[in-house]
Design a protein around this ligand. Sequence first.
Ligand SMILES: CC(C)(COP(=O)(O)OP(=O)(O)OC[C@H]1O[C@@H](n2cnc3c(N)ncnc32)[C@H](O)[C@@H]1OP(=O)(O)O)[C@@H](O)C(=O)NCCC(=O)NCCS
Length: 171
Amino acid sequence: MTIPLPIETERLVLRAFTVEDVEAMLSVYGDPEVMRFIPSGVLDAPATARMLAAYRRAQETRGFSVWAVVLKSTGRIVGDAGFNLFAETGEPELGYSLARHAWGNGYASEAASGCLAAAFAHLHCVRVVALVDVDNEASQRVAARIGMERIDTIQAHGRPHALFVRSREAA
Ligand SMILES: CC(C)(COP(=O)(O)OP(=O)(O)OC[C@H]1O[C@@H](n2cnc3c(N)ncnc32)[C@H](O)[C@@H]1OP(=O)(O)O)[C@@H](O)C(=O)NCCC(=O)NCCS
């Protein structure tokens, strides 16, 4: 089960991370405002490099991962989007984070929507899930906008989280 890359949407390209992406992603993972609801908290440059290497390895070994979100118009990385594994069930867990300068343009919804389509096209999964801190309103709006349904509130990473799902039948 492999999601072939790149994933292309109207304005974005999603591709595997490389070692050259550390500096650009530090403006995402190093920003306390972006990382406010991310369990790892703020990352420094070495931790960002390790994270990107782990994402790259996951793409090679598991066939899907979290990817770089690149603006077609400028070639600039604006954030990440893609899948980890939902710890409770092993299902693909959708995530997305954008640099602050890129918020408010619909890029997260566009990238996340592309990820959902790619998952249902290439993985045998029945559902994709997303886990969003109950106080993270922007992220909940993205999940709802791309057609995910909030089905539960569960405890995760020591905080209440909204559990969103999108089933294959609805895709
Ligand atoms: C979650 C996050 C990616 C959402 O970013 P965002 O910019 O609000 O979401 P989108 O890219 O989909 O943009 C949607 C917003 O852009 C606006 N917009 C502007 N042009 C648009 C367009 N062409 N298409 C769609 N929306 C557009 C919309 O009105 C919408 O604003 P609203 O939510 O206030 O109504 C961002 O807040 C973030 O990076 N947060 C920190 C990391 C994080 O918490 N990630 C989620 C963990 S679960």
